[in-house]
Design a protein around this ligand. Structure first.
Ligand code: SAH
Ligand code: SF4
Ligand code: F3S
Length: 457
């Protein structure tokens, strides 16, 4: 962090005003969590954080590599910066995150995007002041090649937009190597943060009044495996729930091969933990699950869900599904439909398989047309929509607790612990970022409508 001060001095000498920094997230919650650290570091180095890239002195794109269309979108957005950079050569254009952990992407940026000034990797966030400092001092491009570091750097300042909702990374990387997935290649090996570091960040957030906290990891159920102390994910949850306060604790993502009865029992015994679990199943067919290297069967998946529903009757499950994995037949796809109807997921994120260079699945034969894959996706989306609307209807007349997140005109938007969004009208200006009790009156589109009943301050 010693370059923070040096960068501050350079900025002082270069600018007559406080320079602005804009950081844009293109990936998952983990990616956004990294963006918050990048903003924290930039704010500490003397930048004002701005939402407007057009007026910013440094623009950082924090990228994602999960599917081809994510990368295409990012390149489209990078391309748009060319004109801006031509007008204002002093503006720094930087690209970081998962996408630039791939050598062929870094080569492409080097060759075809000469106006990109800085490229830095996923595990080099703390080096940012040094890299920006070097750009000013050397006056040349700072493009670092992908390098997977494994050390965990603590105490990076975090710039959080919300006053009530926060995420905490409990681990980094992934060792699962699902055959379709690029994450283990771009994020490196799995490593867990020390429980005491997580606990102190958590306590600090609760002290600051945060009420909705999500623990992040690619596979939270394997938390603790590389640590010297004996601790698993359920132990971590139990430890955190002992912290006094009025809050909801979420986590994502769980892996069906690793979530176990101990985790479920811990949720059952701790009312502060959200009764909504994201448990990506990916496919409802055992042959495809095998090819995906997921290491569980459909029956094992159903068994853990059934156990959870027995123990915690109001528990809900959301999931991710990939259609059109190489070689997936129509009949095998129908198994996924069957599972979706059977489980009644509260929410489903459906994706068409996207080939990722370097993964095992990339060399598997894939004869299904894109049209056929789109049809499978559309059918699943339709099935899930009907399930979701019925699920929303089931709340009608119920009294629920929700955290107020946003206000537009007189309409407030609040989020229940199960992540459903509820809209209600109120003229009360004191309820922002607070829990309120609401009586559900119906739904509009994908959100619930409600009346405010008690204002809990
Ligand atoms: N670690 C998490 C999530 C990883 S990415 C987990 O295992 O659950 C989020 C989702 O993107 C995955 O669950 C998967 O459904 C989807 N995904 C990953 N790679 C993909 C690919 N190559 N094509 C399409 N979808 C993909
Ligand atoms: Fe990708 Fe599988 Fe790891 Fe999730 S668990 S990040 S899908 S390799
Ligand atoms: Fe997340 Fe995309 Fe990286 S989903 S982990 S930002 S590849």
């Amino acid at each position: 962090m010693k370059y923070t001060e040096q960068l501050k001095q350079v900025l002082n000498s270069k600018f007559e005003y406080t320079p602005k920094a804009n950081v844009q997230t293109f990936g998952c919650v983990q990616n956004e969590n990294d963006s918050e650290k990048i903003r924290g570091i930039l704010a500490q180095s003397g930048y004002d954080i701005s939402e407007n890239y057009e007026v910013s002195d440094i623009v950082i794109f924090n990228t994602c590599a999960i599917r081809e269309n994510a990368e295409l979108k990012i390149f489209g957005n990078i391309g748009k910066l060319k004109a801006l950079k031509a007008e204002n050569p002093n503006m720094i254009v930087a690209v970081c995150g998962c996408m630039v952990m791939q050598a062929h992407i870094v080569d492409k940026i080097k060759k075809s995007y000469p106006f990109v000034d800085i490229v830095f990797g996923v595990n080099s966030i703390e080096e940012l002041p040094h890299i920006v400092y070097n750009w000013y001092v050397d006056n040349k491009r700072q493009i670092s090649s992908p390098e997977t570091k494994t050390e965990i750097v603590e105490d990076i300042p975090v710039y959080r937009e919300s006053k009530s909702k926060a995420t905490i990374s409990i681990m980094y990387g992934c060792d699962n190597f699902c055959s379709y997935c690029i994450v283990p290649y771009v994020r490196g090996r799995e490593r867990s943060r020390k429980p005491e570091d997580i606990l102190s960040e958590f306590k600090q957030l609760i002290k600051e009044g945060y009420k909705d906290i999500t623990l992040l990891g690619q596979n939270v159920d394997s938390y603790g495996k590389n640590l010297d102390v004996k601790i698993d994910f359920a132990d971590l949850l139990t430890m955190l729930c002992k912290v006094d306060g009025d809050y909801v604790l979420h986590f994502m993502s769980s892996h069906p091969k690793d979530i176990n009865k101990k985790v479920i029992d811990t949720i059952r015994d701790n009312p502060k933990i959200s009764r909504q679990i994201h448990l990506p199943v990916q496919s409802g067919n055992d042959r495809i699950l095998g090819l995906m290297n997921r290491k569980y069967t459909v029956q094992q998946y159903k068994d853990i869900i059934n156990y959870a529903k027995e123990q915690i009757p109001d528990i809900g499950f959301s999931s991710d599904i990939i259609v059109g994995f190489p070689g997936e037949t129509y009949e095998e796809y129908l198994d996924t439909e069957k599972l979706v109807k059977e489980i009644n997921f509260t929410q489903l994120f459906t994706f068409i398989y996207s080939k990722r260079t370097g993964t095992k699945a990339a060399i598997m034969e894939d004869l299904t047309s894109h049209k056929e894959k789109s049809e499978r996706l559309n059918r699943l989306v339709k099935i899930q929509q009907d399930i979701f609307f019925k699920y929303l209807d089931s709340f009608k007349g119920q009294t629920v607790r929700a955290l107020v997140e946003e206000k537009k005109g007189d309409t407030y938007s609040a989020r229940m612990a199960n992540t459903l969004v509820v809209h209600f009208e109120s003229e009360d200006n004191e309820i922002m970022d607070q829990f309120v009790n609401l009586k559900i009156t119906g739904k509009k589109g994908t959100v619930l409508k409600a009346d405010l009943i008690i204002n809990q301050k």
